[in-house]
Design a binder for this molecule. Structure first.
Ligand code: ADP
Ligand code: MG
Length: 689
């Protein structure tokens, strides 16, 4: 069979439907996806240490055969998986505290690659942070001859790294044979970088780690170039776009709101309101992003913008990603607007048809002036009489099409996007180059900071009794589990076990469980019961609904905090400290290894500072939200180190757009096709033909 880039991986020899399904879980559907499923790291003689030469205190990577294994329990009931690894030079014991489940996946006789610190514990002991089961084919690399570089692929349940490696090896040349480089060669040479085929080959079969890095840089440049093309084109179009409404400050509703607020606005809020007002009172259309941590008061700021629209005889709409959030916003807006005699309307998907019809009739007639809703707002049947402002909360939770569909309900209304995922300014300019940005850094003065502590498994019982104590005071707690394993099933098992254990230990407190496998209405039900205080402790596997506001929750316990990114930890911590009560965040890690990053996290609650640390730590790809932010994912770029590539991509993109703004020439057509595939938004921006 002749292979093309669109060929489904299912049709490759040895794959079949079951493995194809596993591939789909890691985002690989076609041969092209497989080509871009590049190794997460490389092993060679320079990185692997003979076991006999390991010394205590060292951070090392070794390869050895499993000669024995067991699960042990400590007196503190911590279950530890242990395995003894052997190579030609000696043996070492490896221990995985709290990961007894590994007993199922790691087998005696297997060849294992592990890396982590070497400790002293009845002799040398290695505590792996990472382990990969190697195949017998990899044994060629066991001796780690010079020049042998072993790629290690991201894997998943039912799809071991060694299978991926073999599959790539067997199909690489055929797949590369059908790769076309959409970037003209002279452009690539001018950067300078290597041709696409050569770069992909280097990534999968490098002669050295440096070789692989050259390959990565080419892919990073490509994704940055596409991003810059989209962003710069959007800016170009924005300057030509139809004008937005020109509002006039009438000091009517806005002033009355200011006078009736039960608090003073922070300086950052006032500044954001000024920036928004400047946009809204100019003829140019507003396209602004408001960034600020949870609880910094973005909603109030957006309310000023909405009232400015109202004062001018326009309607304003506020869209949020979940029904729960919409209810929450509906309530708080109703409260703040009561003194002004304005009543917001709420539109939810779960309303009965007649309820929805009634709300829609009010929206169409203009009787309804402020509407809060979920994506139910987007449906064709929702028509506005005179929409002047669109506010979108947690904007990254919506697809580009959804945002655009709402905006199209008006005649070029002003647009305000809100996000609780702050990112460093330099990065924001790269990613959101077509938006103006306002930031709120400071929290309202009356806000207590959340006291954060780091605890180890030794303190588990104490942590449980602290949960009990908080519940006895009438408060509520979250216990969050990370995606621990490569497989969601295992995570679910871990969290289910934990929920059962907590139910038993915390009797008679009611413990609820939410996880990724629940349908959204089932999840909403549990969350609602938690919000209404019927559930005392909520155990969650997936990150809890962004923005869920349960002021009575005062405790956030995070299991395996070492597995979360700092920005994610910060988001989680933001779930508590929303009421008047002292709140706590406990990071419960498996053992006493020092974790400077967690200590640093403990000591700061500035979201922007944390975003910077997070960026340094993991690069852009992992930033919470960035991954979904309108498809602006950067998989290969490390923004912390690739600053030269960012700058070059910007220059190259500007050069290309100056000569061919729609990428319609023969020379750039292939590039346009790639941009359109990568960003749905590319379609709108570059048009057809
Ligand atoms: P965000 O959307 O940024 O997470 P909200 O707008 O929901 O934050 O505000 C969180 C809470 O803080 C709300 O109850 C709001 O009324 C209150 N709040 C907003 N601004 C202030 C302020 N300047 N001083 C005191 N409380 C404030
Ligand atoms: Mg909010």
């Amino acid at each position: 069979m002749a292979i093309t880039l669109e060929t489904s991986v299912q049709f490759l020899k040895g794959v079949g439907p079951r493995r194809a399904e596993a591939f789909e879980r890691i985002g690989v559907k076609t041969v092209e996806d497989l080509l871009y499923h590049v190794p997460m790291r490389y092993m060679d003689a320079t990185t692997v240490v003979p076991i006999g030469r390991l010394s205590v205190g060292q951070e090392a990577t070794v390869i050895g055969r499993v000669v024995s294994k067991a699960v042990m329990s400590t007196r503190k009931r911590l279950r530890i998986f242990r395995a003894v690894l052997q190579d030609d030079s000696g043996v070492i014991e490896c221990a995985w505290p709290g990961q007894a489940f590994l007993d199922k996946t790691i087998k005696t006789g297997q060849l294992l690659l592990v890396s982590g610190p070497v400790k002293f514990f009845h002799g040398r002991q290695l505590n792996p942070r990472e382990q990969v089961v190697l195949s017998d084919e990899d044994t060629a690399a066991e001796g780690m001859r010079d020049g042998v570089v072993l790629p290690v692929y991201p894997a998943t349940e039912g799809l071991p790294h060694r299978f991926i490696r073999k599959l790539v090896k067997e199909n690489l040349e055929a797949a590369l044979g059908v790769v076309d480089d959409p970037v003209p060669p002279d452009v690539i040479e001018s950067v300078p970088l290597a041709p696409l085929k050569e770069s992909l080959r280097r990534l999968h079969r490098p002669d050295s780690a440096a070789d692989a890095e050259k390959g990565r840089r080419r892919l990073a440049f490509d994704e940055l170039l596409d991003l810059q093309l989209v962003v710069n084109r959007a800016r170009q179009l924005a300057t030509e776009a139809p004008k937005g409404p020109t509002f006039v400050v009438r000091k009517d509703l806005t002033t009355r709101l200011k006078d009736s607020l039960p608090f003073d606005l922070t300086a950052d809020q006032r500044q954001a309101i000024r920036e928004i007002t400047a946009n809204m009172t100019s003829a140019q259309r507003m396209n602004r992003l408001l960034m600020g941590d949870v609880g910094t008061g973005k909603t109030v700021v957006s309310l000023f913008a909405m009232l400015l629209a109202l004062e001018n005889g326009y309607q304003a709409v506020f869209m949020a990603p979940t029904e729960l959030l919409v209810e929450q916003h509906g309530n708080s807006l109703a409260r703040l607007l009561a003194p002004l005699g304005v009543v917001p309307d709420v539109l939810l998907g779960r309303f009965s048809k007649s309820e929805k019809d009634a709300v829609r009739a009010r929206i169409a007639s203009g009787e309804s002036r402020i509407v809060v809703g979920t994506h139910a707002l987007i449906q064709k049947t929702t028509e506005f009489a005179r929409l002047g402002l669109v506010v979108i909360d947690e904007q990254h939770r919506f697809g580009v099409e959804q945002r655009a569909a709402l905006v199209e309900k008006g005649a070029s209304p002003d647009v305000l996007l809100l996000t609780a995922t702050p990112i460093p300014r330099s990065l924001a300019l790269t990613v959101y180059g077509d938006l103006d940005i306002s930031t709120i850094r400071m929290k309202p003065a009356n806000r207590l900071s959340v006291s954060t502590s780091v605890r180890t498994n030794k303190h588990r019982d104490k942590v449980y009794s602290f949960i009990s104590d908080q519940c006895a005071l009438g408060r509520q707690a979250y216990v969050v589990y990370p995606v621990i394993e490569e497989s969601e099933k295992t995570d679910l098992r871990a969290a289910t076990t934990m929920a059962a254990e907590l139910t038993e230990k915390l009797q008679p407190i009611e413990v609820g469980l939410v996880h990724g496998a629940l349908k959204s209405d089932e999840r909403d039900l549990v969350m609602r019961r938690f919000r209404d205080g019927e559930i005392g402790v909520l155990v969650a596997t997936t990150v809890i609904e962004v923005g869920i506001d349960v002021a009575n929750a005062t405790l956030m316990v995070i299991e395996h905090p070492e597995r979360f990114g700092l920005a994610q930890l910060h988001q989680l911590r933001g779930r508590v400290g929303r009421g008047a009560e002292e709140s706590y965040c406990i990071l419960l890690k498996p053992d006493g290894r020092p974790t400077p990053r967690l200590d640093e996290f403990k000591n700061t609650d500035d979201g922007f500072r944390i975003a910077e640390l997070d960026l340094k730590e993991r690069g852009m790809g992992e930033l919470v939200g960035a991954r979904q932010s309108g498809g602006l994912a950067l998989r290969f770029t490390d923004l912390a180190t690739d600053t030269d590539l960012v700058a070059r991509a910007k220059q190259v993109a500007n050069g290309i757009l100056a000569s061919d703004p729609k990428l319609s020439s023969k020379r750039f057509k292939p590039l346009r096709r790639r941009v359109e595939r990568r960003y749905q938004r590319g379609m709108e921006l570059f048009g057809i033909g």
